[in-house]
Design a protein. Structure first.
Length: 373
């Protein structure tokens, strides 16, 4: 089931359901629920507005498709929504819309490897969540943001899960001061396809001195529906072209380190990928370094991302669309973000990458103005 038809999967009446609830604190963080005792709250605090707005100008040079090798465009994306919790605090619900408009038409989206249409109005989120009494366990059903904190090589943060997910906080053990396990199943998560299946599980642990570890496994099934919808992208196809040549059983290992420092924090992360379903061309690596963070007016963050992703390391259908090629490529991305206030920022980014079978590089640059509701 495509997210564009997600209203048939989880009715938008969840929004009305949330508005019927009364006199409760705002919904907590999407990943972790509140554990402190609930105190008296103002009558209007049982719900909250959520979402974001993004205005982007981008330019591309040297794309291999002769129809769109050099171009510029302007894009506007709005994601208004609402979240609510019933008085017991055990159940929450949310819903939201996606509204997008761009200077290019929808006819260019598949050619330009986009994960979204340039112009559309669609259901973006429609979910219900149940949390255990002590908030150690929670389960979410419907259409919602990806629940696993993995690299965007595996899953574009703008794509939605359509199905179910659950998370469990685990007790500290040995050198681990905190740990959590999360899993989920999604069906038909790309546009214009209903058949693909994704099952994923991820464990994350935190240690002293800012060290973090993570490990996950992603199983992609019924992939012939992705190929039929035009999402083969840079992956190899089997003879006849009806499905991928490789299966996709992808393991992802992560190690991270954070140093707060006297002035600006430094965060580093290394992600390794291995696809057990491919005979070769099955490895991937992403390294990321952030210096600084966006915490208000005048704050800034410098970000560097390096990638080397072999052709069948992961399905290119779900990878982050800020990279022109998802697999069979190597490249670097540099970004500089400036805080404009508590909820707004602007970021300047440049990306340079080359596909394995090409001699020329593709260059991409963009400016993002983002506002969080």
């Amino acid at each position: 089931m495509s997210r564009r038809r997600a209203a048939a999967f989880v009715p938008v009446v969840l929004l009305a359901l949330g508005i019927c609830f009364a006199d409760e604190t705002p919904v907590g963080d999407v990943v972790e629920a509140d554990t402190a005792p609930v105190e008296a709250a103002p009558p209007d605090s049982f719900w909250r507005w959520t979402g974001d707005a993004l205005l982007r100008y981008e330019a591309v040079r040297g794309a291999p498709n002769p129809l769109t090798s050099d171009f510029e465009r302007l894009r506007l994306r709005l994601r208004p929504g609402v979240e609510a919790r019933i008085p017991s605090g055990r159940f929450a619900a949310g819903a939201g819309l996606l509204v997008s408009s761009a200077s290019d038409s929808n006819d260019w989206n598949m050619i330009r490897n986009d994960n979204f249409r340039s112009d559309e109005v669609a259901v973006d989120r429609a979910w219900v969540r149940w949390s255990a009494a002590q908030a150690a366990f929670s389960a979410t059903f419907g259409v919602f943001e990806v629940p696993l904190r993995g690299t965007e090589v595996l899953w574009d943060r703008d794509l939605r899960f359509q199905g179910a997910a659950a998370g469990l906080e685990l007790p500290a053990a040995g050198a681990l001061v905190a740990q959590r396990i999360t899993g989920g199943i999604s069906v038909g998560s790309q546009d214009d396809e209903d058949g693909s299946r994704v099952a994923a599980v991820r464990w994350e642990g935190e240690m002293a001195r800012g060290v973090s570890l993570g490990g996950g496994f992603w199983r992609f099934g019924s992939t012939e529906d992705l190929v039929a919808a035009g999402y083969a992208r840079t992956n190899r196809l089997a003879p006849g072209g009806a499905d991928y040549l490789s299966d996709y059983r992808v393991a992802n290992a992560t190690i991270g380190w954070e140093w707060i420092g006297a002035t600006r924090p430094v965060r580093m992360r290394l992600d390794l990928l291995h696809n057990f379903g491919a005979d070769d061309r099955r490895e991937g690596v992403e390294a990321r370094v952030d210096w600084g963070e966006l915490q208000g007016l005048g704050s800034w963050r410098l970000r560097l991302i390096l990638q080397r992703i072999e052709q069948d390391a992961t399905p290119a259908a779900f990878g982050g669309d800020e990279w022109w090629f998802r697999t069979a490529q190597h490249g670097a991305r540099l970004g500089w973000g400036i805080g404009l206030g508590r909820h707004a920022s602007v970021e300047f980014s440049v990306l340079r990458q080359r596909r394995d079978d090409l001699d020329d590089w593709t260059d991409r640059g963009w400016i993002d103005l983002g506002i969080a509701f």
